[in-house]
Design a protein around this ligand. Structure first.
Ligand code: SAH
Length: 216
């Protein structure tokens, strides 16, 4: 059993107040973030900052997203219980934990082997259930498609076409699109097999979504 304490609970409550003052209004999302012990997802060196609204290194040159970013993407996804959700970029597993607390059926893909191994062990240990897949997020998971919702937690240079085909009609994909320095959050609603509603929702900074040409 891992440690959560009154101190951590208090810090999380402050974080929730901050997120709501920044415009996160979905109470289900705020409640989920209020429950996940973010300090357990972070390198020991940064543990005292776990509940600040900041991104942190998680090893292998990757980062755990800022809580505001997690809240914002999750709010845009508008998760309903039992929905099948695909996440690209498992990383620390923090976003996946938040999604699973919203009663989503979570499939999460990571291309970095060490992170994949680490998070696949760690999340079940602290009580979260997801399907972990080692692979390339650009390809999605054709065998488990279609998905109600797809969330990309790395910056894609353009809309990953293959993922669109794996989205249900009526489903949503939330994906940051841009170059290495800046991405615009895109919300894509699938209206029919050919029609999409695309809107943008502000600037964010993610580590890049890498493809096969980049080394693992
Ligand atoms: N959701 C994570 C954020 C991790 S950062 C969290 O809550 O901690 C983004 C992650 O995307 C990194 O771990 C990186 O290795 C991964 N990634 C980058 N390109 C990818 C790809 N093509 N397929 C799968 N994962 C990818």
């Amino acid at each position: 059993m891992m440690l959560d304490s009154f101190k951590h609970k208090g810090l999380r409550k402050k974080l929730i107040e901050k997120l709501s003052s920044k415009g996160i209004s979905d109470n289900n999302v705020l409640d989920a973030i209020n429950k996940v012990p973010r300090h357990l997802f972070i390198d020991n060196a940064f543990i005292h900052f776990a509940y600040e609204d900041k991104a942190f290194p998680i090893g292998e040159g990757q980062t755990i997203s800022q809580p505001y970013t997690v809240a914002f993407q999750t709010q845009l996804l508008d998760i309903k219980p039992y929905e099948k959700v695909l996440e690209i970029g498992t990383g620390s597993g923090y976003q996946a934990a938040v999604l699973s607390l919203l009663d989503a059926d979570v499939f999460t893909i990571e291309r970095q082997k060490k992170l994949y191994n680490k998070t696949k062990e760690f999340l079940p240990k602290i009580g979260y259930r997801c399907e972990f897949i080692f692979g390339d997020g650009y390809k999605g998971l054709p065998n488990f498609a279609p998905f109600d919702k797809i969330i990309v937690t790395c910056g894609a240079p353009k809309i990953p076409e293959e993922l669109l085909t794996q989205l249900k009609v009526g489903g949503r994909m939330v994906v940051p699109i841009g170059d290495g320095k800046n991405q615009k959050m895109h919300l894509i609603k699938k209206k029919s097999s050919q029609d999409y509603d695309i809107s943008t929702h502000g600037n964010f900074l993610f580590v890049p979504m890498l493809d096969d040409k980049n080394s693992l």
